[in-house]
Design a protein around this ligand. Structure first.
Ligand SMILES: Nc1ncnc2c1ncn2[C@@H]1O[C@H](COP(=O)(O)OP(=O)(O)OP(=O)(O)O)[C@@H](O)[C@H]1O
Ligand SMILES: [Mg+2]
Length: 331
């Protein structure tokens, strides 16, 4: 099957302007794409800009944050042109593009029942009467594995568990047949079995509707089982990207290697070989123009200290890119 581009984001820059003239460069020239039916993972340590990237694409950045530049095209529609909104996002957000946030409670309204909310969102985007919308809502809850969906429609969000609420958000995407589901850390608040269930469920939906999925997470171990491609972010930039197999078996950036060394392996129950990466990510204010990982990098040379920021460069195989001076030299 020929690949079709669904989302393409080019050279996105988003900053937060804080007191004392401090500019936090949260997203610093990020480009990525997602094909139709593809599962893409965005991984990296806390604070590296994963969420701000997705929020920028969805035009959800609020002051003191600002999207400074970048282009976003979704399904042939220009959403963002040179950092400026170019389409009516209210029609697209929550409809063609569904977002599942870290804490599902923030996306659900506590004072309305789940049924009322799903009917509301369906009717905002589909020409359906109340009764048909209710029926579709109920079917969608059943489709995401919520038992006794008819009764659950009458529940308030607080009457459900965290895992159940996350399923409700996925049910929204099912009801609207969203082409893209962005699941931002869909799993951290939940225990491991529920995490895996939510991922399996997203895979079912993907198969059913040929939707595409972006999974944003710290958990490289979890996504390696599900993602087709992986983007690794560090300090507001993508520092490596490639197919999941390439990233797992042939990582080029020392940061990616570090992340992989910190992933628990199934056969290693005692976790004794886990090696966390030393040090902490840099401040995103006034980053010098050189590799941002340099101060933590075990392989760094003088050159890494002196040279300008290493651009993403193609490594050996098609579609595998890394931003590291040392990866360049291996060629
Ligand atoms: N509302 C805000 N005001 C100021 N700075 C912000 C704001 N939101 C995010 N940032 C900054 O932008 C950077 C990127 O944040 P982001 O939320 O994208 O990180 P993340 O990779 O999603 O982390 P996590 O894995 O913890 O969710 C952070 O370093 C943070 O300091
Ligand atoms: Mg985040």
């Amino acid at each position: 099957m020929e690949k079709q581009r669904l989302l393409e984001c080019t050279d996105l820059h988003t900053s937060f302007f804080m007191e004392g003239n401090r500019e936090v460069k949260a997203v610093n020239g990020v480009s990525y794409y997602v094909d139709k039916g593809e599962v893409v993972a965005v991984v990296g340590e806390s604070g590296c800009g994963k969420s701000v990237t997705q929020m920028s694409v969805m035009q959800l950045i609020k002051s003191p944050g600002k999207v400074l530049s970048g282009d976003v095209v979704f399904d042939g529609i220009q959403l963002l042109k040179d950092g400026k909104p170019a389409a009516d996002m209210n029609k697209i957000r929550g409809n063609q593009i569904a977002m599942i946030f870290q804490e599902p409670m923030t996306s659900l309204n506590p004072v309305f029942t789940v049924g009322e909310q799903i009917v509301d969102i369906i009717r905002q985007h589909k020409k359906l009467g109340r009764r048909d919308a209710w029926k579709l809502g109920e079917e969608s809850l059943a489709a995401v594995g919520i038992p006794d969906a008819a009764a659950r429609m009458k529940n308030y969000p607080f009457e459900m568990s965290g895992g159940m609420r996350q399923r409700v958000l996925i049910a929204f995407a099912v009801a609207l047949e969203s082409e893209l589901i962005i699941a931002d850390e869909p799993t951290t608040a939940l225990d491991v079995t529920v995490q895996a269930q939510v991922m399996e469920l997203l895979m079912d939906i993907k198969k059913r509707n040929n939707s595409s999925i972006i999974v944003v997470t710290h958990n490289l171990g979890l996504v390696s089982r599900y993602a087709d491609r992986i983007y690794v972010m560090y300090a507001g930039r993508i520092i490596e990207s490639g197919t999941t197999e390439e990233i797992l078996t042939n990582p080029k950036h020392p940061y990616t290697k570090g992340l992989l060394a910190a992933v628990p392996k199934l056969e290693n129950k005692k976790r004794e070989n886990l090696v966390p990466i030393d040090g902490a990510p840099p401040s995103l204010v006034g980053l010098p123009d050189r590799c941002a990982f340099y101060p933590r990098c075990a392989y760094a040379t003088r050159e890494c200290e002196q040279k300008a920021y290493p651009c993403l460069r193609l490594v050996e195989k098609a579609d595998h890119y890394a931003a590291c001076h040392l990866a360049d030299e291996e060629e």
